[in-house]
Design a protein around this ligand. Sequence first.
Ligand SMILES: Cc1cc2nc3c(=O)[nH]c(=O)nc-3n(C[C@H](O)[C@H](O)[C@H](O)COP(=O)(O)O)c2cc1C
Length: 190
Amino acid sequence: MADQTFSVVCICGSLRKASYNRMVMNALPGLAPAGMTLTEAPRFAEFPLYNADVEAIGIPPSVQRLAEAIRAADGVIFNTPEYNFSIPGGLKNAIDWVSRVPNQPFAGKPIAIQSATNGPLGGGRMQYDLRRAMQFLDAVTLGKPEIFIGNCSQKIDAKTGEITDEGTKKFIGQQLAAFAKFIERHGGKH
Ligand SMILES: Cc1cc2nc3c(=O)[nH]c(=O)nc-3n(C[C@H](O)[C@H](O)[C@H](O)COP(=O)(O)O)c2cc1C
């Protein structure tokens, strides 16, 4: 894998400025294996609510931009909290929009999921739902290692944005290394 390079886009499921999940996302380049570049995907904050009548007028440019970023990447990482045991509404709306782009870009795309929450389970229930949505869209989702950062305010310094828990950093590094191999096997760009 030494001279392989992988471009990964990260989609943050939280819109708030002080998001723990965005802090995790921002820490990824320092934990990634050689050759893996990570960038934030275009944000979905301005997407309209999905409505087939709006779609009939045309897919909004902001949706096209996210779809193109996914299409151009070798893999996608979701960094997202869990809301009410499931996918945050804004993120689900973004996935629904992107799924409507012709030749939708999640098909065949390697996906990894990381979630941070203040609850003890770290977003585990949301991950089931996100995996199901990705399954329907014919993405290929990394099974293990799984990243559930529970009680995240005790593991991430809200002031500096740094992950302070060494175990968490180690698990994330292991997942990114596994994801690089997974991408190599599945070849995500198309
Ligand atoms: C509407 C809403 C629903 C939530 N539901 C859950 C939940 O089901 N499970 C959980 O662990 N945390 C839940 N939380 C707490 C979030 O995980 C916590 O606020 C987290 O810090 C949000 O992620 P962020 O810091 O990236 O914005 C919920 C928060 C909100 C605002």
